[in-house]
Write a protein that binds this ligand. Structure first.
Ligand SMILES: C[S@@+](CC[C@H](N)C(=O)[O-])C[C@H]1O[C@@H](n2cnc3c(N)ncnc32)[C@H](O)[C@@H]1O
Length: 387
């Protein structure tokens, strides 16, 4: 007979956590392969994305089918998407318009015919756009090279038209988020699938090579067809994606005190998500000022000043979780930065710390096998329970 989490007291749950920490199932084959997991996990590249196998093991070990799982700092939705694949209800939230667009697309993907109709809708909407001087001026922005340096002039005009449709919210068809996530993925890369000259798929490094015309609609459609080629499992439960500050979640959802588990991975110390994602954020409307000012509203910048910003995080989590609900925090730590200590101390004022696992990743870091913060030497999982 399967024992559900609800039936475990804290001591039994602590035993389960320590067995999980000793076994680290996500480090064993086939879960240790970078390629493991549903192909939609890679819908759009994102610096700082969690390994899907960690999400899979956390969700499958510590939650039940039908549970409501939330990630208030969801990035591109790895944890909520894995929850949806495993038959859990899920809510993904992120303040970044890029991350939120991609996670919305993943937790509630359209059918192929809906997505292809939406891409036709994008083509129609783009044909209505007359580019203005301010559209063209926007292409002079850039962090290592300008946007203009990335594209053949005719591709650039199409990118600017698509961007205007995005910013004006003109694409309302079912599957619109999926179209945007697919387009955001092909915005830059190192192979012909990408719209840009040769760059890098995760971080847009200064582009090289010839300026070749690559059509936005054609490349986006190809991406969609590939992304939706594998059917989702029958257990898949579509989830909900939200774009906003986690602090607004209690007013954005109707599920106060009903969330069974919050599973999340806050920014590691020293990471930023705006600069490595600058070209995709530019597409989503970010200007130079946003990289300087708007980014200050994100935890990755706030936590360099004080860990106390996480008090808000715990307050919000306490409002959303049901009594005895689980809060799991995946966080990296270096030898000097002790974000994990700050998070553990702050959490225990409102939650019961039931267990913790520690994974030494110094060797993985040395071999460049991780995409997490470069100073990280260990990964921690903090398991709290709501009083
Ligand atoms: C380490 S990443 C999460 C990665 C995620 N697990 C994934 O697999 O994609 C942390 C996320 O926190 C988000 N974030 C930072 N401050 C936030 C805030 N105030 N409200 C909501 N999200 C925020 C960042 O935009 C970033 O995507």
């Amino acid at each position: 007979m399967t024992v559900t989490l609800d039936q475990l007291d804290d001591r039994q749950l602590a035993k389960q956590i320590s067995a999980f920490g000793a076994e680290m199932p996500y480090r064993k084959a086939p879960y240790n392969s970078r390629a493991w997991g549903n192909s939609l996990h890679s819908l759009c590249s994102y610096q700082g994305k969690l390994k899907p196998s960690i999400a899979y093991w956390l969700v499958s070990t510590f939650t039940q089918p039908g549970d409501l799982i939330m990630d208030p700092l969801a990035g591109v939705g790895t944890i909520p998407f894995e929850a949806a694949l495993l038959g859990r209800r899920s809510i993904a939230n992120d303040l970044s318009p890029l991350a939120a667009t991609v996670s919305k697309a993943k937790v509630a993907p359209p059918t192929l015919s809906e997505a292809l109709a939406a891409v036709d809708g994008l083509a129609d909407a783009m044909s209505e756009v007359r580019l203005s001087k301010s559209d063209q001026d926007a292409a002079d922005f850039g962090l290592n090279a300008t946007v203009r340096d990335y594209y053949h002039p005719d591709t650039l005009d199409e990118v600017l038209k698509a961007r205007r449709v995005f910013l004006e919210g003109k694409l309302t068809a079912v599957g619109a988020d999926f179209v945007w996530a697919s387009l955001l993925h092909v915005l830059h890369g190192n192979r012909p699938y990408a719209l840009s000259r040769t760059s890098h798929p995760i971080t847009p490094f200064s582009p090289k090579g010839p300026f070749e015309y690559r059509g936005v609609i054609d490349r986006t459609r190809t991406r969609i067809e590939r992304a939706l080629a594998t059917p989702l499992p029958a257990e898949f439960v579509p989830g909900r994606g939200i774009h906003g500050d986690f602090r607004q979640l209690p007013s954005a959802v109707d599920d106060l005190a009903q969330v069974d588990a919050i599973i999340t991975s806050p920014p590691f110390l020293g990471m930023r998500f705006d600069r490595p994602n600058w070209l995709r954020l530019w597409f989503c409307g970010w200007t130079a000022e946003d990289f300087h000012v708007r980014s200050l509203g994100f935890l990755e910048r706030q936590q360099t000043k004080s860990f106390d910003y996480y008090k808000d995080f715990y307050d919000v989590s306490a409002k959303l979780l049901r009594p005895d609900g689980l809060l799991v925090i995946h966080v990296g730590s270096g030898t000097k930065d002790r974000l994990v200590d700050g998070l553990r101390d702050l959490g225990t004022s409102q939650f019961r710390l039931v267990g913790e696992t520690v994974e030494d990743v110094a060797a993985l870091e040395r071999h460049g096998l991780t995409d997490k913060g470069s100073r990280t030497t260990s990964h921690h999982l903090l398991f709290f329970r709501r009083d």
